[in-house]
Design a binder for this molecule. Structure first.
Ligand code: FE2
Ligand code: FE2
Length: 140
């Protein structure tokens, strides 16, 4: 996982965002397709993979930022405190939505329309968050 200094450059950091987003979107498409085709077992397996992907790639990236990058930027630029709080709240929304998915999905291990909607909302929140983070915190 990239640490503070490695995340400071806009181009490098954006490519991490874009790579993670494209993969999550593709996996989400697979889950949606399998759901529509009523291929329940495969749909469950794909949803497990997608949950794991959000945890190990996107939430882990957020954790690393809060432990490194955000701490460094807040120390150097106290005037960015508000932006860092806003961006941390975005991370929390991703964690909260993912927890909801896990609670629902793990209960009966069944993908529902609600779970699909929640996966979609993760993509939307993450996309907004990534662009704001790039714009507010990162240097060319
Ligand atoms: Fe972030
Ligand atoms: Fe980021």
């Amino acid at each position: 996982m990239a640490t503070g200094p490695a995340l400071r450059k806009l181009a490098a950091h954006r490519s991490i965002h874009d790579g993670a987003y494209a993969e999550a979107r593709d996996l989400t498409d697979v889950v949606n397709q399998l759901f529509q085709q009523e291929r329940d077992d495969e749909c469950r397996t794909a949803a497990d993979v997608l949950i794991e992907y959000w945890e190990t790639r996107v939430i882990a990236h957020a954790d690393a930022e809060e432990e490194g990058l955000y701490v460094e930027i807040a120390e150097e630029n106290p005037q960015l405190q508000k932006e860092i709080h806003m961006l941390t709240r975005d991370h929390d929304l991703l964690r909260i939505i993912l927890d909801k998915i896990k609670t629902q999905f793990k209960e009966n291990h069944h993908v529902t329309k609600l779970v699909l909607d929640q996966f979609q909302s993760l993509l939307i929140v993450n996309e907004i968050h990534s662009r704001d983070e790039e714009r507010l915190l990162l240097e060319e």
